[in-house]
Write a protein that binds this ligand. Structure first.
Ligand code: ARG
Length: 252
């Protein structure tokens, strides 16, 4: 009887051990799922988008599975710093100031900014025209930094938790313009073609998105970069890019 008990105990411990092993193969990844076609949550509650597919593929290549976590964009960098998430993928531009707080993978996507206005607007044609305007942006984004540089004392920047909220306020006339990443703005306008909004012009900011990890976690960055390079060379990256953006990725 005692033997059986010991045996059960040993088997139990092994099972618990395996369970533990499984957890350590999980990568907790934060994203602000308000940025289609890069990241959003579909009607079934699943995380979907180019970033989601890419990170799942990277993790798979590394022998991990992703545990997705949704959060406001403005809080993502801090959550990587404190270790709440192992990594963040969120259309996040690699900037010098963010590089002081987190480490980034190699760039995986190039982007610019777009200025969206109402169709009836005929006055906003260039960056200078934005100086005295009411501009909506997503809080904590490169769009916010840019808008703050463009306005003078007569203009004002309004921050929103998500780009969609800014677009809706633009639609009701509370804002004169929205400054937001180009691929996401064009996607929004395409999906909401009933709204009388359009892109007035692009601002070629030449931004590159990267995957953020805790500062000093070179082991994880190295693994991510290796997986990313493999996905690029085996055609998987191009496949994902095509499926979300309908065209071949730019050659760079
Ligand atoms: N690329 C911009 C930035 O890094 C905006 C990113 C916003 N991402 C999001 N998932 N809402 O600031």
């Amino acid at each position: 009887m005692k033997r059986v008990f010991t045996l059960l105990l040993v088997v139990g411990l092994i099972l618990v051990g395996c369970g533990g092993q499984k957890t350590s193969n999980t990568l907790s990844v934060g994203t602000s799922a308000d940025f289609p076609p890069l990241e959003s949550i579909d009607e079934n509650g699943n995380f979907v988008g180019f970033d989601i597919d890419l990170m799942n593929a990277i993790a798979k290549q590394m022998g991990y599975t992703v545990k997705w976590e949704n959060s406001d964009f403005a809080g993502l960098v801090a959550s990587v710093q404190t270790g709440k998430y192992d990594a963040v993928i969120s259309g996040m531009t690699i900037t010098a100031s963010r590089q002081e707080e987190v480490d980034f993978s190699d760039p995986y996507f190039r982007s610019d900014q777009a200025v969206v206005v109402q169709n009836s607007n005929t006055t906003i044609k260039s960056q200078a025209d934005l100086a005295d305007k009411k501009i909506g942006v997503q809080l904590g984004t490169t769009g916010e930094m840019l808008a703050r540089k463009l306005v003078n004392a007569n203009g004002k920047v309004f921050t929103y938790d998500s780009p969609d909220q800014a677009f809706l306020d633009l639609n009701t006339g509370r804002l004169d313009a929205v400054v937001n990443d180009l691929p996401v703005s064009s996607y929004f306008l395409e999906k909401n073609s009933n709204l009388p909004l359009h892109i007035a012009f692009d601002i070629p900011t030449d931004e590159y998105y990267g995957i953020a990890v805790k500062k000093g976690n070179t082991d994880l960055v190295t693994k991510i970069n290796k997986a990313l390079a493999e996905l690029k060379s085996d055609g998987e990256y191009a496949k994902l890019y095509k499926s979300w953006f309908g065209q071949e990725p730019p050659t760079q």
